[in-house]
Design a protein around this ligand. Structure first.
Ligand code: BV8
Length: 251
């Protein structure tokens, strides 16, 4: 189906768009995805390191991985896909962005209505008290430096302020994601492999609410089977093309 016909079909009324994004949206910014060929770090997969067990067993190794990612992130900039999402928000067509990405590039691009459902890598927090601090700077991201300790609890090592596998999502963030999904007339699912729960169930919830689900990916995913439309190609190209045509149609 042509892009024009997809846009024709989703704009019979003014769409209320919600986007669910994953690591594929930040790929063009230079950030590796989790499950693609670049998802490996040394001999580890993300699922082996992004867990409370891995942190309890080897805090140094886990921090080494996060610092490796931060050094890349400090060189990364938002890409045209982030800008396309910002335009939808500016035109009041998008009501919310649900991001699985922890990189904060959407906020740097100027997007306001978002929920970081898996947390935010740029902050570290204490597991004893509610202390947290930003650490997205060259000094804190160096490869070989001592572990960061809480300045209040002294003997408590800070951890990245992200949701690890096996950890529950923050209930307020999850509730916001569910509310937006229930309000959406169109759900865009962009750059995600659709394997990590419970976020991977949001497109199903949207479908159950009679929303139109449009997937942007470079390949089929487990979500593709119940999407109304799948737009294949790099989202840093396909999404700006889609949003500019959509905005023009609605003007
Ligand atoms: C939970 C933060 C309740 C950390 C992340 C057994 C025991 C315990 C739990 C489970 C279990 N079995 C299942 C679970 C649930 C588990 C889960 O889903 N596991 C999966 C692996 C099966 N989920 C959880 O644990 C969640 N919590 O369920 O709580 C609970 C509590 C206790 C016990 C049980 C249940 C918490 C999950 C959060 C994990 N944290 N990140 C960090 O970043 O360091 S998840 C991590 O994966 C990232 O956030 C990432 O965003 C997310 C999803 O991955 P994607 O974004 O989709 O990235 P991926 O690489 O997979 O795919 C990229 C896609 O982009 C691909 O499709 C590719 O084709 C495409 N692409 C590439 N380039 C482009 C592109 N598309 C377009 N354009 C391009 N240019």
């Amino acid at each position: 189906m042509s892009l024009e016909s997809i846009i024709e079909n989703i704009t019979d009324t003014k769409p209320r768009i919600v986007s669910v994004i994953g690591a594929g949206l930040s790929k063009a910014s230079g950030m590796p995805t989790f499950r693609g060929e670049d998802g490996l770090w040394k001999k580890y997969r993300a699922e082996e390191l992004a867990t409370p067990y891995a942190f309890s067993r080897d805090q140094k190794l886990v921090w080494e991985w996060y610092r490796f990612r931060m050094r890349m992130l400090l060189r990364a900039k938002p890409n045209p896909a982030h800008n396309a999402l910002k335009k939808l928000e500016e035109k009041n067509i998008a009501i919310g962005l649900i991001t699985q990405n922890v990189d904060g590039l959407h906020e740097i691009e100027g997007i306001k209505n978002f929920v970081e459902i898996h947390g935010r890598i740029r902050y570290a927090r204490c597991m004893n008290c509610n202390y947290s601090e930003r650490w997205d700077n060259e000094e804190s991201a160096q490869e070989e430096i001592p572990l960061p300790y809480c300045p209040r609890c002294i003997d408590s090592v800070l951890r990245p302020d992200v949701v690890w596998f096996g950890e529950s999502l923050d209930s307020q963030r999850w509730e916001k994601a569910i509310n937006w999904t229930n309000q959406a007339s169109v759900l865009l699912v962009i750059g995600t492999s659709g394997v990590v729960q419970p976020v991977a169930s949001l497109p199903l919830y949207a479908k159950q609410n009679k929303a139109i689900v449009v997937e942007f990916n470079v390949e089929e995913t487990p979500i593709s089977s119940f999407c109304d439309y799948s737009i294949y190609g790099p989202c840093e190209k396909t999404l700006p093309n889609f949003t500019s045509k959509l905005i023009k149609k609605l003007e």
